[in-house]
Design a protein around this ligand. Sequence first.
Ligand SMILES: NC(=O)c1ccc[n+]([C@@H]2O[C@H](COP(=O)([O-])OP(=O)(O)OC[C@H]3O[C@@H](n4cnc5c(N)ncnc54)[C@H](OP(=O)(O)O)[C@@H]3O)[C@@H](O)[C@H]2O)c1
Length: 323
Amino acid sequence: MQAARVERYGSPEQISIVDVPVPEPGPGEVRIRVEAAAVTAGDARLRSGRFPRGFRLPGRLAIGIRGPRAQVPGAVFSGVVDRVGGESGEWRPGDEVAGMTGMRLGAHAEYTVVRATALARKPAEVAHADAAAVLFGGTTALHFLRDRAGVGPGGSVLVNGASGAVGTSAVQLAAILGATVTAVTSAVNRELVTALGADRVVDYRETPVAGLAERFDAVFDAVGNISRSDGLRLAGSHGSVILAVADLVDTVRARGRVIAGAAPERSEAFRELLELLAAGRLAPVGQVLGGLEALPEAHRRIDTGRKVGNLVILPGLGRGEAG
Ligand SMILES: NC(=O)c1ccc[n+]([C@@H]2O[C@H](COP(=O)([O-])OP(=O)(O)OC[C@H]3O[C@@H](n4cnc5c(N)ncnc54)[C@H](OP(=O)(O)O)[C@@H]3O)[C@@H](O)[C@H]2O)c1
């Protein structure tokens, strides 16, 4: 099969497409024929070896010193169960599923092997590309906004970085949870975030976020440029500050109203997001770029820091079965 490979950290040109054996699922694992895979800010970090301040050494100790130990990238997929290992529970060949791989990666390939618990059933009415697009930002936003900050009806949420993968999910999910949403983005994305449910849009080039006079029940920074102290001021006397791109110091100091760390990959969250997509309550925001050969282009777009929504590739495009 064809798969992407990254041997050394570096630019998008580090990504090559190679022929490798189709992986075999072990007990408790399933093999997925990957129909669509997201290309995310997380993939760009793992390709480049770049991490928020303070995380470079622990990050590289965890994933590889000069290059990633897991050389086939890709963490978010939608596809079809192709083979099940020994004890893999409910799954059968032919089941349509979507999920995330965790640190084993491997989704930027025609086939990938994942834990049988790392999946949710994909509703038939949801396209593979849409399922793959929604999980990365959706799981992050759901975890931080609802599960950690307790956003609910009548609340107010500020989303910084509202047009990215995390931000477009955060704007929509905050609105679904019943909150009033203020979205921070550049002028070009004003219409998009308004259509997604933002009640107010702040153009950060005209109005610095830190200077806003309003106070919010949750301040969600998906860019990494709201300091802890500015976040606490914007959150007033009782709001929460979510630092999704915190450096090591802010991560260690995060407690109480200041929330940081990595969002977990839970199949229950995949299920909820896929159901919201199927019900038409969550809009997929994304663009399909092509097959595996589109990966360097996808990474170049992420590296600009201006990506809008999600980027998706169809690893089986050459096989003529993907859709
Ligand atoms: N903690 C976790 O568990 C977790 C999980 C997922 C992601 N993350 C992190 O969250 C970050 C965002 O991820 P993503 O996938 O959403 O990235 P992304 O899709 O690449 O986001 C890019 C967006 O950021 C916006 N942006 C850039 N500068 C901005 C600024 N100064 N103010 C407001 N918006 C700005 C851009 O909009 P404009 O073009 O309008 O500027 C662009 O739409 C990444 O660093 C990622 O590693 C953390």
